[in-house]
Design a protein around this ligand. Structure first.
Ligand SMILES: *Cc1c(COP(=O)(O)O)cnc(C)c1O
Length: 452
């Protein structure tokens, strides 16, 4: 088989900037060892996140020019609404400025003290919004997910036995909805099978609890279903996507992922009454219901992005690119979450920095090492992100997220070479302590010092 190539050619380029090792030492110091605080100009290859960092297509840019900026009832809204209704089958399509705005509205309506929200794994903003409402966020992913090198085709699946036990123990009144994240970002970008979604749906039906999707990467998840699930290989991704959404009563989406745009989000609902309440909250803090927190041009770019993301040449290239990076890192000796997920490779920092205890943030040490070695920016997903409550998470991970349609294969080869150099010197990586941190979502703004 020939190389799976980037299914596009490049029309516009943006220079990236080289730095020296000495400069990067200074930059890291100034950023208090938190890569979120490094100016993007000083980053060579930015794998911090795949969120809002993708390249738009020529047709999306054409949409930007076509945007109707009318306050109410803009043409662009109807185009966006029609595209999303066709793709997902949902009646109520509320635009928001990004995923967390959809989450904030949803959990303000259904959350609150005494409530429990089960999920396979809550993403950081989802957990924060659930907890901010006073509710408890509970992760019920299958046990296989916590074994990094165990191969399982759908490691994002929810543990339906635990879900049912939870409902029986706590009572259905305490659980306003069950959420499933596709793909499971915090759990390694791992997909959820249609079979598992159907099993969750059956339990939700039995106890009369709504099922919601955190559907940021629904297209990548559908591609995995096509590749890996029995009986799905000959179906179109679009059909699989329809099946996925048909199972749900609602969904939150950050369009900054599979929407292929730089800003945008959606709250999708079936229930008329809930949609009315959500619309009222949307107007309160985001904007009128036909624009959310967005410009008309953003809605056009989203409408086009949601068409392009289900193109199978795109998905085949996308998922292969991620797998390529994973294969190379594994060959160096890094333990990664296997099999590679859709949008990112997750390195087990606990494994390669076994001399650094979780309380000294091995993931953060590795992230700093990657920047120092090659100007590559990655994201810690371990005790910094999730250990604020004093409890270390199961795994100390470092995520190398791949922006969509941005980097070529040689960029990725450069990342691999930097990672190889770092691996040789991994014993010299130094743990950190937090010198300042905010009350929630601390990974964004916390400052660190090396423990020398
Ligand atoms: C990115 C993301 C969100 C939040 O979306 P934002 O657009 O960043 O607010 C929620 N859930 C998952 C799974 C995500 O990946």
């Amino acid at each position: 088989m020939k190389t799976i190539i980037e299914p596009f050619k490049i029309k516009v380029v943006e220079p990236i900037h080289m730095t020296t090792l000495e400069q990067r030492e200074d930059i890291l110091n100034e950023a208090h060892f938190n890569p979120f605080k490094i100016p993007a100009r000083d980053v060579l290859i930015d794998l911090l996140t795949d969120s809002g960092t993708g390249s738009m297509s020529n047709l999306q840019w054409a949409g930007i020019m076509k945007g109707d900026e009318s306050y109410a009832g803009a043409e662009s809204f109807y185009h966006f609404q029609k595209t999303l209704r066709n793709l997902t089958g949902f009646e109520h399509i509320l635009p928001t400025h990004q995923g967390r705005a959809s989450e904030r509205i949803l959990f303000e309506l259904v959350g609150g003290p005494g409530k429990i929200i089960p999920n396979n794994n809550h993403f950081d903003t989802t957990r924060a919004n659930v907890e901010h409402s006073g509710a408890e966020a509970l992760d019920l992913v299958i046990p296989e997910a916590s074994k990094p090198n165990l191969i399982h085709p759908f490691k994002g699946n929810m543990d339906v036995t635990r879900l049912e036990a939870l409902i029986k123990e706590k009572g259905r009144e305490t659980i306003p909805l069950v959420m499933v994240t596709i793909t499971n970002n915090s759990g390694g970008g791992q997909p959820v099978s249609l079979k598992n979604l159907r099993a969750v749906r059956a339990i939700c039906n039995q106890y009369d609890i709504p099922l919601f999707l955190d559907a940021c990467r629904f297209a990548e998840n559908a591609w995995f279903i096509k590749q890996r699930e029995a009986g799905q290989a000959d179906r179109s991704v679009r059909d699989i996507v329809s099946d996925i959404f048909e199972l749900a009563d609602g969904a939150t989406i950050s369009a900054k992922k599979d929407g292929l745009v730089n800003i945008g989000g959606i709250l999708l609902l079936r229930d008329q009454e809930l949609a009315e309440h959500a619309g009222a909250l949307l107007i309160l803090t985001e904007g009128y219901v036909t624009y959310g927190g967005l410009a008309g041009r953003d809605l056009e770019a989203m409408a086009q992005g949601f068409e392009e993301v289900v193109e199978e040449d795109y998905l085949s290239y996308r998922i292969r690119s991620t797998e390529y990076l994973g294969e190379k890192l594994k060959a160096i000796g890094y333990q990664i979450i296997e099999p590679p997920g859709g949008h990112a490779i997750y390195i087990d920092a606990g494994h390669c920095c076994s001399h650094i205890p979780p309380s000294h943030y091995p993931g953060q040490a590795l992230v700093c090492g990657l920047y120092r070695t090659g100007g590559v920016r990655a994201c810690e997903i371990g005790s910094v992100m999730f250990g604020g409550n004093g409890k270390a998470p199961d795994l100390e991970l470092v995520r190398l997220a791949l922006p969509r349609r941005v980097y070529t294969q040689s960029h990725i080869d450069y990342v691999v070479e930097s990672a190889a150099e770092l691996f040789e010197q991994r014993d010299k990586l130094i743990g950190l302590r937090i010198t300042n941190s905010p009350p929630f979502l601390r990974h964004f703004t916390a400052t660190f010092k090396e423990i020398i």
